[in-house]
Design a protein around this ligand. Structure first.
Ligand code: FE
Length: 202
């Protein structure tokens, strides 16, 4: 089989590119959790789907941790994505191809954890051990003022919802659809963003 050339990412090859990352790197462990990276992201997408989420939010859940793989992205995608924070890096590499709501859900999934810790007394108790550990490194729960500001952000409800599916996606052995099953949906979400862009800038 020939090696695909992803030296330049386009709207036409981004889905295959992401699929290639899932296929080659998905089995890596997910930072101290009992599921792999791809199991985790596929489970988050499955929980989104089970909740009847829009395709944009299912795709956001599926790709929320893609920033752990930014060393896979060609240089042109990385100019703004070299941030060592995986959520910022993930948003930067997706922002060329995906609608704003997807990008913001990825960018803010860590902030959403800090938000939920501040506003939902039960939420902290449901976090996995690894997630509690990283919370401290990520700045701990938001202050009341930070939480108030966060709640006013564009897409705040969607961002928080994707975070909840993220937290749910840590079930050892749970069967999910594969990345390939989601590929047509990802393609539609990319195409919708393209259509909006050409509509906005005639
Ligand atoms: Fe995650």
């Amino acid at each position: 089989m020939s090696v695909p050339d992803f030296s330049r990412l386009t709207a036409d090859n981004i889905v295959a590119f992401l699929g290639d990352i899932f296929a080659r790197r998905g089995a890596e462990s997910y930072l101290g959790e009992r599921v792999t990276m791809s199991e985790h992201m596929l489970q988050a997408a499955l929980f989104a789907q089970a909740a009847g989420a829009s395709e944009e939010l299912v795709v956001a859940a599926l790709l929320h941790d893609i920033g752990h793989y930014t060393n896979e992205f060609p240089e042109d995608a990385l100019e703004k994505g070299t941030d060592t924070y995986h959520e910022t890096a993930g948003a930067a590499v997706l922002s060329r191809f995906f609608p704003e709501v997807v990008v913001e859900c990825v960018r803010q999934h860590v902030a959403a954890k800090r938000f939920l810790c501040a506003v939902d007394a039960d939420y902290f108790g449901r976090l996995s051990e690894a997630s509690v550990h990283t919370l401290a490194l990520q700045g701990g729960p938001m202050s009341e003022e930070e939480a108030r500001d966060f709640a006013k952000k564009r897409h705040a409800v969607d961002i928080v919802q994707v975070r909840i599916w993220d937290d749910e996606g840590k079930v050892p052995g749970l069967e999910t659809p594969s990345f390939d099953d989601y590929a047509p949906m990802i393609g539609r979400v990319v195409a919708a963003r393209g259509a909006n862009l050409s509509g906005a800038h005639p």
